[in-house]
Design a protein around this ligand. Structure first.
Ligand SMILES: C[S@@+](CC[C@H](N)C(=O)[O-])C[C@H]1O[C@@H](n2cnc3c(N)ncnc32)[C@H](O)[C@@H]1O
Length: 281
């Protein structure tokens, strides 16, 4: 890794480096360095959604980008979470249904209640009664479903499709720069691939499914659906991020956690998101 003079000064303070041989981390020192200001961020600070206004803004962006032209159509937000997106979509479609096995407290808010063509369910039978749907969205959901529950979730989705249904699925691979969902508490690039299990749990805001080989695994999971298009969105890695990913100590640490090799790493780590457009077969 190429360190700047500032970084080297900081590292000397941490006594992280073994200057006798090549520049390398001593055991246990990587953690301090990750947490220091010298480690690159996972997400630009102004992109982190924290306030209710930001959550609402995010939902308008999602509706515009994923579910345009839904006038007079039925829309299902599968794994809707807070339901902001389902509520936002209800402004422009005939019926908007939000489904999530977990009821979020926002579902009972005045805003949620004020929308008369938006229904929110945690019972999939209710979702079925209102189907089939013209558009289905899975936004950052597949990577949060327990692996054992994924086949049932896919079958549920299929049960509310007809031959015209368009499904849009945004995946947020665990292997990506912020795929561990630590960024609200510890906004550091790839921290979830480098820190100890205890530290990951301490900083993680929601549970994530550790899908090591995202592209192959998503293809398998979605094989009952017809993939119309795939759009892997790579991050534009800053020189700082490229630099940490070219360091042997970091590579070895990631290898240890993931069992992946250098080829795997270079093919997977740059994917920030993978978007699918799907129909039933
Ligand atoms: C990261 S959140 C995303 C929420 C929402 N789509 C958004 O983008 O704001 C993942 C959601 O998936 C939901 N989820 C977990 N298991 C699920 C399942 N088996 N079926 C549907 N949703 C599930 C979680 O309850 C959670 O609300």
């Amino acid at each position: 890794m190429i360190f700047s003079e500032d970084q080297l000064d900081e590292l000397r303070k941490f006594e992280c480096l073994d200057f006798q041989s090549t520049v390398s981390f001593k055991d246990g020192c990587i953690d301090d360095f990750i947490k220091s200001k010298y480690w690159p961020v996972a997400v630009q600070e102004d992109m982190i959604v924290r306030t209710s206004q930001q959550i609402k803004h995010r939902s308008t962006v999602i509706v515009k980008a994923y579910i345009d032209n839904i006038f007079n159509k039925n829309f299902l937000d599968f794994g809707c979470g807070t339901a902001h997106t389902a509520i936002e979509a209800s402004r422009s479609c005939k019926l908007s249904v939000g489904y999530d096995p977990v009821r979020h407290q926002y579902w009972t808010s005045q805003e949620a209640k004020a929308s008369n063509n938006c229904m929110l369910f945690n019972d999939f039978d209710e979702v079925k009664k209102n189907g089939p749907y013209d558009f289905i969205l899975l936004y950052d959901v597949l990577d949060h479903i327990l692996p054992s529950d994924i086949p049932a979730a896919i079958d549920n989705i299929i049960s509310v499709c007809d031959s015209n249904t368009i499904i849009k699925c945004r995946c947020h691979p665990w292997t990506s720069i912020h795929g561990g969902h630590l960024y609200e508490k510890l906004n550091k690039a790839y921290a979830h691939l480098l820190l100890s299990e205890e530290q990951i749990i301490e900083h993680q805001t929601i549970g994530t499914t550790r899908i090591m080989k995202p592209i192959v695994t998503y293809r398998k999971l979605l094989s009952k659906l017809n993939v119309v298009s795939v759009d892997p969105v790579s991050i534009r890695m800053s020189d700082e991020v490229k630099s940490i990913l070219s360091d042997n100590n970091i590579i070895n640490r990631i290898k240890m956690v993931t069992g992946g090799d250098a080829e795997w790493q270079s093919s997977v780590l740059p994917y920030e998101y993978v978007d699918y457009v799907l129909r039933i077969q």
